[in-house]
Ligand binder design. Sequence first.
Ligand SMILES: *[C@@H]1O[C@H](CO)[C@@H](O)[C@H](O)[C@H]1NC(C)=O
Ligand SMILES: *[C@@H]1O[C@H](CO)[C@@H](O)[C@H](O)[C@H]1NC(C)=O
Ligand SMILES: *[C@@H]1O[C@H](CO)[C@@H](O)[C@H](O)[C@H]1NC(C)=O
Ligand SMILES: *[C@@H]1O[C@H](CO)[C@@H](O)[C@H](O)[C@H]1NC(C)=O
Length: 330
Amino acid sequence: MSTTTTHLCLSLSLAFSLILLSSLPSPCLSKSCHPDDYKALKEILTSLNPHFVPPNKDCCNWYGFEDTCNLKSNRVTKFSIFAQTISGQIPSAIGDLSYLEFLQFHKLANLTGSIPKSITKLKNLKFLALSWLNLSGPIPEFLGELSNLEYIRLAFNQFSGSIPSSLSKLSKLEYLRLDRNQLTGSIPESFGHFKDGIYLYLSHNQLTGTIPKSFGNVDFWNIDLSRNKLVGDASMLFKPNGTTNSIDISRNLFEFDLSLVRFPISLGQLDINHNRISGSIPKQLADVKVQNFNASYNRLCGEIPLMHFDESAYIHNKCLCGPPLLAKCK
Ligand SMILES: *[C@@H]1O[C@H](CO)[C@@H](O)[C@H](O)[C@H]1NC(C)=O
Ligand SMILES: *[C@@H]1O[C@H](CO)[C@@H](O)[C@H](O)[C@H]1NC(C)=O
Ligand SMILES: *[C@@H]1O[C@H](CO)[C@@H](O)[C@H](O)[C@H]1NC(C)=O
Ligand SMILES: *[C@@H]1O[C@H](CO)[C@@H](O)[C@H](O)[C@H]1NC(C)=O
C-alpha cells in the first residue's frame, strides 16, 4: 500500500460519514470480509442509520471500522460504536456476527430498548460494553449463556429489576459493572462463586438486603457497593490475607463493629462514609498503606490511628477523638 493510501485509510477513521464514501472507490485494497459478515454489518448499520449505504463489499476496511476484522481469518471480531448521534435500538442482527469477541455501544443517549436475545448466538464474545446508553428493562438472565465473557460493563443505563444470578455461571468473568442503573432486590448469593481478583461495581442502584455471606469466599480486587440501601454486616469483605485494593461501601445502611475487622495489607482505598458502623478504627489500619480513607457519618468512637487525612474523613461520628479532630481523647 502506498503512503498516500495508508494516509487516506487512517485519516478517514471517523465513523458514520459513510455516505460520503459510498461514491468513492475503496481506498484500502485487501481481502474482502466474509459475505455473512458483510450482510450482517450492512443490516446493523442500516437499522441504526437509514441513510447508510455500504461503500463497498470489504467491510473489514470500512470507514470507522478499520480494526473490525481478524487479519488472519478476515472475520469480524470487533464491533464498536461510541459518541455518535444515532438513535433506535440495538439491532438484533448483531447476533449474526458470529465471530464477534468485542462488542461495544457507548455514549449514545438515544439508544433505547433492551438487550436483544440474539446476542446469545455470540459464543466467542469476551468483552461486552453497553454503557452510557438509555437501555431499560431487566438485565437479561440469558447473559449467563455467554460462557466466554471476561468483561461486562452495563453502567449508566436505566436497567431495572433484580440482578440475574445466572451471571455467576460466567467462570471467566474478571470485570462486572452494573452501576448507575435502577436495580432493585438483593445481591445474588451465587455471586460468591466469582473468581478471585474480580472487579465488581454495583454502586448507584437501589439494592436492598444484606451482602451474601458467600462474599467471604471471594478475594475481590475492587468492590464498590456504594449508594444503595444495603443493610447488616459488611465485615466479610475484609480478608486479612487477601489482595483487595479498593472497598467502597459508602452511603448504605451497614451496621457492624469495625473494631473486629482486620485489613488486607494491599488495601489502597477504603470508603465507609454514611453508614451505621460502630466500634473503633483498628490501629492495624496504620500498617496498611491506605491512600484514600473516609469514615465520616458513622457511629465510631475512640482514638484515630491515621494522621494523614483531613478531618472531613472523620466528622459526624459518635465519639472519635484525637488529631485531626479537635476533640481530645480522655
Ligand atoms: C437525541 O435525539 C434528540 C431528538 O431527536 C436530539 O435532539 C438529540 O440531539 C439526540 N441526542 C444524541 C446524543 O444523539
Ligand atoms: C432516556 O429515556 C427516557 C425514557 O425512557 C427519556 O425520558 C430520557 O430523555 C432519555 N434520555 C436521554 C438522554 O435520551
Ligand atoms: C493468613 O496467613 C497466615 C500466614 O501466612 C496464616 O498463618 C493464617 O492462617 C492465614 N489466615 C487465614 C484466615 O487464612
Ligand atoms: C468524606 O466524605 C464526606 C461525605 O461524603 C465528604 O464530605 C468529605 O469531603 C470526604 N472526605 C474525604 C477526606 O474524603
